[in-house]
Structure formats: structure tokens, C-alpha cells
Design a protein around this ligand. Structure first.
Ligand code: SAH
Length: 227
């Protein structure tokens, strides 16, 4: 235990976080709060979160809070990434659509537990840097598009899983339409950052849609994209 702590400190002091930091992050922040899915826990240990945050905040990569990634946007707190991935219901048999690529971190975690990942980012610079970062790290099955998430990705629809990592005031109809029968969507929703909750939306085999709230969250707003 003491040895692990010392290694973690050494990793941070050298500016090159060691995987042991990710193990501690998963144990202390994610398992303790009740995330149980073994594939999600493995993904959170394996994806190099430190490579998705700007150099200037790298020493904080494993802390229990969101971090700035430029352009006024943030990479979510590790627990929220794990919790939402678990809520989606991991399966290597299905693709997933993500709205709000940001750094590409959530997309990389999704790539570990789903088949292909389609992710849309409205800010061109962020989309470009996430795309090259994901390619460099070997995430060939993550497909990044610059565009407006409100329109979804119609050519690849329907999706068995959809995740939003920016909060719209209400769930866009186009995204509900692009959710497959038997599919599930996880999304933060709210009129303002102070008043948001996480929604799980399920479409049954007959196409009937059910929604349930699973707790309060705080995400950046989903902005209307260019048209
Ligand atoms: N999932 C990201 C964090 C998301 S932050 C990660 O793992 O790093 C939310 C992102 O949603 C921001 O990058 C923001 O630019 C993007 N966004 C906001 N509105 C959007 C829209 N209409 N379409 C696509 N992306 C949007």
C-alpha cells in the first residue's frame, strides 16, 4: 500500500503519470461509488486519461473533478465517465453515438467496451485535435466528425446506444429518432448548468420510449451548431 502511494507520487513528480495512478483513481473514486461493470472498470484503468488533458493540468489528470480542455470546454470527472458508460450497458456487439467529443476521452473509454464509436464535436479545433490524438493512441474504431450534434449521424443510424456529454435544454427529437428499437440513450438535460439531471431513455421493441431520471449532474451546455 505504502509502495503504491510512493510510486504514484513519483509518477506525478516526474510529469509522467504511471498506470498505478489510474488504478488508484478507479479504486478510490469509481469502485467506491458503486460502479461494478468489470469491463468499464478495466477501460477506466487502461485508457491513458493523462494523454487527453492539456500539458498544463496533466498533474491533475486523476483528480476527482472535471478539467479544462480549452475553448471553455471540460473533460468530465472520471466517475461521471464511468457511471454514464455503465448506464449505457456495454456490449461489443453494438455501435455507439456520442455527442460532444471534446478531448476524445469518453470516446476512447466507449471504444474499449462497444464496437465502433461515432462522435460529433461542434468546435472544429477540438474535433481536429481529438481526431489526431485518438489516431495516435490507436483508436482506429473511433470516427470523429465536426458538426452539430442536434442532427445526429443519420447515415449510420439507428444506434443501439447514444450518449450526450453536453446538456441540451431538452432531448433533441432527431436523436430519439436515431435510437434503435431496444436501444438506450444516456444524457444530461437542463435549461442551465445549475439545473441539470441525467436521463436514461429506452426505446422498446415496439418503438415506445420511456425516460427515467438518475441524478443531478453539471455539464457544459449543448449549443446549437452551425447550419
Ligand atoms: N466527452 C468529452 C467532454 C465533453 S465537453 C471528453 O471526454 O472530453 C462537451 C463538448 O460538447 C464540448 O467539446 C462542446 O464543444 C461540445 N458540444 C456542445 N454543443 C455541441 C453540439 N451541438 N454538437 C456537438 N458537440 C457539441
Amino acid at each position: 500500500m505504502r509502495l503504491l502511494g510512493a510510486l504514484a507520487l513519483t509518477g506525478i513528480a516526474c510529469g509522467q503519470p504511471h498506470p498505478v495512478d489510474r488504478k488508484a483513481m478507479v479504486r478510490e473514486q469509481i469502485e467506491k461509488r458503486g460502479v461494478r461493470d468489470v469491463e468499464v472498470l478495466r477501460a477506466m484503468r487502461d485508457v491513458p486519461r493523462e494523454d487527453f488533458v492539456p500539458e498544463a493540468v496533466r498533474e491533475h489528470a486523476f483528480k476527482d473533478h472535471p478539467l479544462p480542455i480549452g475553448r471553455g470546454q471540460t473533460i468530465s470527472q472520471p466517475y461521471i465517465v464511468a457511471h454514464m458508460t455503465e448506464l449505457l450497458g456495454p456490449s461489443k456487439d453494438v455501435d455507439v453515438l456520442e455527442i460532444g467529443t471534446g478531448s476524445g476521452y469518453q470516446a476512447a473509454v466507449l471504444a474499449e467496451v462497444f464496437r465502433d464509436v461515432y462522435t460529433i464535436e461542434v468546435i472544429p479545433d477540438l474535433a481536429a485535435s481529438a481526431k489526431s490524438r485518438l489516431a495516435r493512441l490507436g483508436y482506429a474504431k473511433v470516427h470523429v466528425r465536426t458538426g452539430d450534434g442536434y442532427s445526429g449521424w443519420p447515415e449510420k443510424a439507428p444506434f443501439a446506444r447514444i450518449i450526450l456529454t453536453a446538456a441540451p435544454p431538452s432531448i433533441p427529437d432527431a436523436l430519439v429518432a436515431q435510437l434503435a428499437r431496444g436501444g438506450r440513450m444516456v444524457a444530461p438535460v437542463g435549461e442551465s448548468p445549475e439545473d441539470q439531471y441525467l436521463l436514461v431513455i429506452e426505446k422498446d421493441a415496439a418503438g415506445k420510449v420511456a425516460r427515467r431520471r438518475v441524478g443531478a449532474v453539471r455539464f457544459v451546455p449543448m449549443v446549437p451548431g452551425p447550419h
